[in-house]
Design a protein around this ligand. Structure first.
Ligand code: AOF
Ligand code: ZN
Length: 369
């Protein structure tokens, strides 16, 4: 019984991981997992079932894929981006479902740190005589699973810091509202980032200066706007702001130490959620906020500004990932200096990606674990 993946295994696993990405930011406390059921008929391999963890977190990917495959799952290979679960939730364990469906091989990318699963999923499969090939393209599955893995390990949500920096090292211009730094392609890409996160956060300074909406405005993906959060210690966000006015399109919360003030109550009346926070050295205590968000089912947080907020997350060692866009635009006079650049990133980050979006360059850095 071989446990070595074939080239074909790697190809289908790559497809399985790409599929799993589709529900990123939509599955709450559950990771977005992918499953492909593949038969090897006379005409070569055929995908007979595909599944992604459903929006909201259930049913699991395997359940969806096995339902599509039906009887054709018998003798097939199942590709899963995460070890199949071994616990009884609202549905029986996926490992048992794979056994009952009669698959003969399971090829998996990442193992599952959930103590109810960890290793037990593979055990159930092996005990039933199924060949298990774990760890296939595990590195490639990480970007999709990282928020789940970080939340499991650190009990807080994963933080991605996004920054767009001009050629002269600026992120905007004082008292000028939103200044375009990147072009259309990069901006669309940053909306993809929004769609893939559970929540997005800015400081009140940015909220007042830029009057942003922070929704995902890609055609057809408006429903994927994340929970919008403003760090607003004194509940100063105006009801007339775009953020509050668009509360019907996407949820909005303010993280505040003044939830009982009149202004906070007015915001709550307008449909804004109040997140009562602790204060630390005149600032909202971020580690506690991230813990609370994780406890509320938020696994991934995109921090979009401004400079001060980005600097604080970085200084407190709370940025797991940095996405840095660099443009050729020159901001010039009254520019607001970027809190960091590629050259001044603190130690502990390794470059994990590099892209060209239109004329803009994009670099991704991930904290070394
Ligand atoms: C799978 N396939 O698609 C996912 C899995 O609350 P429950 O019952 O949905 O269980 C949540 C756990 O299920 C989660 O912590 C992780 O261990 C696993 N997620 N497992 O077999 C899936 N999303
Ligand atoms: Zn499952």
């Amino acid at each position: 019984m071989t446990q070595t993946p074939t080239d074909l295994d790697r190809r289908f696993m790559a497809a399985c991981i790409r599929l799993s990405r589709r529900h990123l930011g939509q599955t709450g406390t559950n990771p977005s997992v992918g499953t492909l059921i593949v038969t090897s008929g006379g005409h070569g391999p055929e995908i007979v079932g595909r599944g992604i963890t459903a929006i909201g977190g259930r049913p699991h990917a395997e359940t969806v894929a096995l339902a599509e495959a039906g009887e054709r799952a018998r003798g097939a290979t199942a590709y899963v981006s995460l070890e199949p679960c071994a616990h009884h939730g609202r549905t029986p364990p996926c490992a048992e479902a794979l056994v009952s469906a009669g698959v003969s091989r399971v090829v998996a990318a990442s193992s599952d740190p959930d103590p109810r699963v960890s290793g037990k999923g593979y055990e159930i499969l092996r005990a039933a005589g199924i060949e298990v090939v774990p760890g296939v393209l595990a590195e490639d599955a990480l970007p999709v699973l990282s928020s789940y893995l970080i939340r499991s390990a650190k009990k807080r949500c994963q933080v991605t810091l996004k920054l767009a920096v001009s050629a002269d090292g600026m992120i905007g211009r004082a008292a000028a509202g939103q200044v375009p730094i990147t072009g259309d392609v990069a901006r669309a890409q940053s909306h993809v980032l929004r769609a893939e996160h559970d929540a997005i956060l800015v400081g009140i300074g940015t909220a007042l200066a830029d009057n942003p909406e922070l929704t995902c405005r890609l055609p057809g993906l408006g429903h994927r706007s994340p929970l919008r959060i403003v760090l607003d210690r004194h509940a100063r966000l105006p009801v007339a702001s775009r953020l509050v006015q668009s509360v019907g399109d996407a949820p909005l919360a303010i993280a505040t130490v003044a939830p009982d003030t009149e202004t906070a109550q007015v915001l709550e009346g307008a449909g804004v959620r109040l997140l009562a926070c602790e204060e630390h050295c005149g600032r909202i205590a971020l580690p506690e906020l991230l813990d609370d968000l994780a406890a509320q089912g938020i696994s991934s947080l995109l921090v979009e500004g401004g400079a001060e907020v980005a600097r604080t997350f970085l200084e407190e060692g709370l940025a797991d990932r940095i996405v840095l866009f660099e443009s050729d635009v020159v901001v010039g006079a009254n520019g607001i200096a970027a809190p960091f650049s590629r050259a001044t990133l603190p130690g502990g980050y390794v470059q994990s990606g590099e892209w060209l979006f239109g004329a803009d360059r994009c670099f991704e850095f991930t904290q070394e674990s």
